[in-house]
Write a protein that binds this ligand. Structure first.
Ligand code: FE
Ligand code: FE
Ligand code: ZN
Length: 274
C-alpha cells in the first residue's frame, strides 16, 4: 500500500495531527518543528507524543517527516546564523526523540557566494558536531532546485555532504519532485535514468522520503514554485508513475502542494487510485 500524506500544522499537537491525517486518508505527514521562519519552538507535551506513537502504530502509519525551519542555514557567511542553525538543529533532534524512529528533513543551505565546497564543509561540520550515535532519527537532506546559491541541487553535492558525515548511517535524502525537475533531472521523460544516476552517485538505499509536488516553473529553471498535482509542468501522469514505481512505493510520500485539507484529501485519493 502507498504511504502518502501532506504537510500539516502541528500547532494542536501530535494526536490532533495524527487524527487529522487519518481523516484525509493519509498514513504519514510532514510538519514544521517550529515557525518556518525559525524562532522559538513550542514545548512538546510528552503525553501527547506518547499517545500519538500508540495511535501511529495502531493505524499503521509510515514514518513521519519533521521539516526544519527555512531560515536554518548551516553554511551562512555569518557566524551568528550558523550558530543559530546548530542550536535549532540540535534542539529539534532532541525533541524528535519524543516521536522516535522518524525523519528530520532540512534544506542543506545557501552558501551565499562562499562557493559550494565551503558550504558543503560547513554543513558536514555542523552534522558532525550534532549527530549522536544513540539518536533514532534519520536526518534527510532535501534535494533543492538550485535557486540562488543553494547547496544540494545536484546528486553529487548531496553525496559529498553524506561522505563527510562520520555517523553517515543517520543520513538519508528526501527527493522533492518539484525541486529535482527544476534542478534539471528529467523525471517526466527519463525517470529510470534519474534513478540510475541517483543510485550511482548517492545510492538508492539513502532515499528515504518523497515530497510530491507539481512545478509551476519549467524544467531546469532553478526556480522553486510548487503547483497542485496536474496543474504544473511535471503533470499528473509523471507523478502517478513516480508513486507507482517500486522504488518510491515503499517510502513515505508527502504532498507540499498549495492546498487546504479538502484539496489534500482529493490529491491523496487521486494518488492512491493511480
Ligand atoms: Fe523543503
Ligand atoms: Fe520540499
Ligand atoms: Zn520547494
Amino acid at each position: 500500500m502507498l504511504h502518502i500524506g501532506c504537510h500539516l500544522s502541528i500547532s494542536k499537537g501530535f494526536m490532533h495531527i495524527g487524527q487529522e491525517a487519518s481523516s484525509i486518508g493519509a498514513d504519514t505527514f510532514q510538519f514544521f518543528t517550529r515557525n518556518p521562519q525559525g524562532g522559538q519552538a513550542k514545548e512538546i507535551d510528552p503525553v501527547d507524543a506518547q499517545q500519538y506513537n500508540a495511535y501511529a502504530e495502531e493505524h499503521q502509519f509510515a514514518k513521519i517527516v519533521a521539516h526544519a525551519p527555512y531560515t536554518l542555514n548551516p553554511c551562512s557567511d555569518k557566524k551568528q546564523t550558523r550558530e543559530f542553525a546548530e542550536m535549532v538543529f540540535a534542539d529539534d533532534l532532541k525533541r524528535m526523540e519524543y516521536v522516535p524512529n522518524n525523519y528530520y528533513n532540512f534544506h542543506p543551505g545557501s552558501h551565499v557566494g562562499q562557493g559550494a565546497e565551503t558550504g558543503i564543509a560547513m554543513i558536514t561540520d555542523l552534522l558532525n558536531r550534532i549527530l549522536q550515535p544513540a539518536q533514532t532519527t534519520t536526518v534527510l537532506l532535501e534535494t533543492m532546485s538550485g535557486k540562488g546559491s543553494e547547496v544540494g541541487s545536484t546528486f553529487e553535492e548531496l553525496a559529498e555532504i553524506i561522505a563527510g558525515v562520520k555517523l553517515s548511517d543517520k543520513m538519508g535524502v528526501c527527493l522533492d519532485t518539484c525541486h529535482v525537475f527544476a534542478a534539471g533531472y528529467d523525471i517526466v521523460n527519463d525517470l529510470e535514468g534519474v534513478l540510475r544516476r541517483f543510485d550511482e552517485i548517492i545510492g538508492l538505499k539513502r532515499l528515504k522520503a518523497v515530497h510530491l509536488n507539481d512545478s509551476l516553473m519549467p524544467f531546469a529553471s532553478h526556480k522553486d514554485r510548487h503547483a497542485k498535482i496536474g496543474e504544473g509542468l511535471i503533470g499528473k501522469e509523471a507523478l502517478e508513475r513516480i508513486v507507482k514505481h517500486p522504488v518510491f512505493n515503499m517510502l513515505p510520500i508527502v504532498l507540499e502542494t498549495p492546498n487546504d485539507l479538502v484539496g489534500y484529501a482529493a490529491e491523496i485519493k487521486m494518488m492512491r487510485n493511480a
